[in-house]
Design a protein around this ligand. Structure first.
Ligand SMILES: [Zn+2]
Length: 446
């Protein structure tokens, strides 16, 4: 087996790997590069592989940095199957359609594909179930629940003739978490390709409900705005789930409005409702008698008009809006309206990549420029790290230690510092496992 790292190697985004055997070639993930301009430019570069010889594509999950370039395969002449779970397909449909629309609307973004190509590529999808192995040429492929977002997978691939096994972690979840089943561990593999987004961090004890309770109660006292830039998938549903709980417990006023101002998040919440079998045990119980994503005061802003009306509501309000890293979307208008007000609390609940507005604010920049508006940030900037959908250093090490017979690990999907720190830690705790930090276009023999 040969493995080529085509993306997410020395960068966090653009997940893309090429695995070739005797007669079968597969690609794992075909994600978009996001963040820094030099990385974004890599999106339009065709990988140096023979697409006509590609047997299949396997997709770990519906985040854009793992599946965002898929429609480009139509143009490259790939006609084979694209394997993923059913929930990933449902979410990916939303994600790709939205990404094609955003690229059309925002001049700064390169148009990588059309709506028609999105429709075409969806036709090539074959859905798979967790823990049910299937063959692609000489490879036996098994999808495991990664516990990261709904439908997310780690992918285990075994070469039939040699029994050599490689596992792609995909993104690993911050497990156990309230909405999803725990991350499934891998019993045995020779090599692991592991994400390292938070390889240098610990999230700490999960206290996000308590944290949000304090934030909301402060806003209620001061009649302030709580602005939460949120990813549409998982984070938004988790926030709704928490507000539902706070209101039930009487920790948040029934009349305090929560505006869900993200068309994508509204649609993704519907997809969540369609797959209760993927919920955590506790949530499976709760949905029997209650909708965990609905509560008094929830205002769903499914049109621009409703979004604009938010500013007419005086007093305390909570606004959950996309995009999650403030790199566009409706959150930008709210940032312009409210970040200059000292009563506003800006709550960061997800990963902020280098080069994004969210990261700039989180790094302490007090004067920012949004669409030509210079804004002095007077809002309080808070971060709730425990709400991350990613495993932290401890959880990554735990996942790795449980793999029997592991000889080698390649750390991907992390910025340099995170990979170095995690690599050192693995050296110490698993001295027999060889660690590699691949760069783009590096090829290794397995
Ligand atoms: Zn992800």
């Amino acid at each position: 087996m040969k493995l080529k790292f085509l993306g997410a190697a020395k960068t966090v985004t653009g997940s893309n790997f090429y695995l070739s055997g005797k007669s079968t070639n597969m690609m794992v993930d075909y994600g978009m590069f996001q963040g820094k301009p030099e990385e974004v430019g890599m999106n339009s570069v065709k990988p140096e592989i023979e697409f006509v010889n590609l047997s299949a594509v396997l997709i770990t999950h519906a985040h854009l940095d793992h599946c965002g370039r898929l429609p480009m395969l139509v143009n490259y002449g790939f006609k084979g199957p694209i394997f993923m779970t059913e929930a990933t397909k449902a979410l990916m449909d939303l994600v790709l359609t939205d990404s094609a629309k955003l690229a059309r609307e925002e001049e700064a973004k390169a148009v990588l594909y059309t709506d028609d190509e999105v429709v075409e590529v969806l036709k090539q999808i074959k859905t798979v179930e967790y823990d049910k192995p299937f063959m692609v040429g000489e490879f036996k492929v098994t999808f495991l629940d990664a516990g990261h977002i709904l439908g997310s997978s780690s992918i285990l691939i075994e070469e039939n003739a040699t029994g050599k096994t490689i596992v792609f972690s995909g993104d690993l979840g911050n497990t156990p978490e309230p909405l999803l089943l725990p991350t499934e561990m891998v019993k045995k593999a020779d090599m692991a390709i592991m994400e390292s987004t938070y390889g240098d961090e610990f999230h700490g004890r999960r206290e996000e409900i308590e944290d949000l309770k304090k934030i909301i109660q402060k806003a209620e006292r001061e009649k302030g705005v709580v602005l939460i830039p949120s990813f549409s998938i998982e984070r938004a549903q988790e926030l709704l789930f928490i507000f539902d709980q706070l209101k039930k417990e009487g920790d948040m006023a029934q009349e305090t409005p929560v505006f869900l101002d993200s068309p994508m998040a509204i649609k993704a919440t519907q997809v969540f409702r369609d797959y209760p079998e993927l919920y955590s045990k506790r949530l499976q119980l709760q949905v029997k008698s209650d909708d965990p994503f609905d509560f008094p005061g929830l205002m769903v802003c499914d049109s621009i008009e409703k979004s604009k009306q938010i500013k007419n509501y005086d007093g305390t309000k909570v606004i959950v809006a996309g995009s999650g890293m403030m790199s566009g979307g409706r959150v930008i208008h709210h940032a312009i309206n409210y970040l200059g007000d000292s009563r506003t609390q800006l709550v960061i609940v997800g990963y902020q990549a280098e080069g994004t507005l969210g990261r700039e604010i989180l790094d302490g920049n007090k004067r920012i420029n949004i669409w030509g508006n210079s804004i002095d940030i007077k809002a309080e900037v808070l971060e709730i790290k425990t709400m991350s959908a990613h495993a932290d250093q401890g959880q990554l090490l735990d996942w790795l230690k449980k793999i029997g017979g592991l000889k080698e690990v390649a750390l991907v999907h992390g910025e340099d510092l995170a990979r170095l720190v995690l690599g050192e830690k693995i050296h110490l705790e698993l001295p027999d496992v060889k660690v590699i930090l691949p760069i783009v276009n590096q090829e290794i023999e397995i």
